[in-house]
Design a protein around this ligand. Structure first.
Ligand code: ZN
Length: 125
């Protein structure tokens, strides 16, 4: 069975885990209950997710989501980077990168979006 990095990222964040974006020692913070499921795919995430870009994109996505909510809208906006203006079918909806397997968001943007939507001390106070 082929596992997509986007699926592993979704499962990681759904279980309360996340990617530690401390770029000096990037790591997956994996809750014990999903560790047997996630750990075999750490190499997949390391190979497909650009951590410095997750940091940059998460900040942009978080800002756009915040503006969305402050404008009184509901739901979550389709967050995009300025470089995605020319995205086409088969490319990431957020950054415009070509996608090989029919996904609509690349692993780096997927991780950045989950990170942007993760509650922080600022959003939970
Ligand atoms: Zn992307």
């Amino acid at each position: 069975m082929v596992v997509k990095p986007q699926e592993v990222i979704a499962e990681l964040y759904a279980a309360g885990g996340r990617i530690d974006l401390n770029l000096d020692r990037p790591a997956l913070l994996v809750p014990a209950r999903v560790r047997p499921r996630i750990e075999p795919y750490q190499h997949l995430l390391r190979a497909s997710v650009d951590l410095p870009e997750v940091v940059r994109r998460a900040a942009i996505f978080r800002e756009r989501i915040t503006l969305w909510f402050r404008s009184g809208r509901i739901g979550v906006p389709v967050v995009t980077l300025s470089e995605a203006l020319h995205a086409t079918v088969g490319s990431c909806i957020s950054c415009g990168a070509a996608l090989a397997q029919g996904n609509w968001r690349c692993p780096t943007c997927t991780a950045a979006l989950y990170e942007a939507l993760r509650p922080t001390a600022e959003t939970t106070s």
